[in-house]
Design a protein around this ligand. Sequence first.
Ligand SMILES: CCN[C@H]1CN(CCOC)S(=O)(=O)c2sc(S(N)(=O)=O)cc21
Ligand SMILES: [Zn+2]
Length: 265
Amino acid sequence: SHVWCDLPDSLHRLPVHPLWQSPLTIPGGTRQSPINIQWRDSVYDPFLKPLKISYDPTTCLHIWNNGYSFLVEFDDSADRSIIVGGPLENQYRLKQFHFHWGAINEWGSEHTVDSKFYPAELHLVHWNAVVYPTFEEAVMEGNGLAVIGVFLKLGAHHEGLQTLVDALPAVKHKDTVIEFDVFDPSCLIPSCPDYWTYAGSLTTPPLTESVTWIIKKKPIEVDENQLEAFRMLLFTSDGEEEKRMVDNFRPLQPLMNRTVRSSFQ
Ligand SMILES: CCN[C@H]1CN(CCOC)S(=O)(=O)c2sc(S(N)(=O)=O)cc21
Ligand SMILES: [Zn+2]
């Protein structure tokens, strides 16, 4: 598809996974994502700080369907929506958030916990504007990005998510966008402070090893109708043969020489 033209030649010939158009392995990759988080193998680190999240809801710009997921983008021209603390040495600016989900409730998340899939996973993407002048540069650097992962489980209706769900029919097709001018994504983050953290990568091209992952231990609850709303989106543009946007998660990657730390005992 169009995305591959901007990958270096070496990546063109990689086996891509039928479920999700991402290479299965990256040559020389030692910190790829997603991974299975084996709870009993994670190591409690008492020096991990609480994660401090301060988002300004008016930095919200629009929702768009980029042909991989639907994402909500933020004005990151100043330090108005930021995270600091946790495993991070600098503060990071919110750039966008998006989701990954399955065709059915049995799978959909990118990370797993003790080999259990959740039906969906939220990623809030932040970049290190203290050290790097642009987001594009941060994407290429080991400490450039910080992504908060939140699992979604089937349960009660989620009020905050519903405002997003109500806007999805307007971005059904790839490359459609609508204005979305006030939204506070902290309503999608569990209040429980517990998280795991590890050094990883983007889970879509360019798959760069630039992400400090912060995976919340507690999932948020959403109902069946809200998950179904994700599944009515399309990978395809208006006029193309319709392909439902489902199973947009990358297969699990090897842990290799990494330790997952926990902020809790
Ligand atoms: C479909 C394209 N997705 C990526 C786009 N970006 C990277 C390239 O930009 C120039 S990004 O940094 O916004 C992220 S974060 C992310 S995940 N699933 O690991 O959280 C994937 C992407
Ligand atoms: Zn993601």
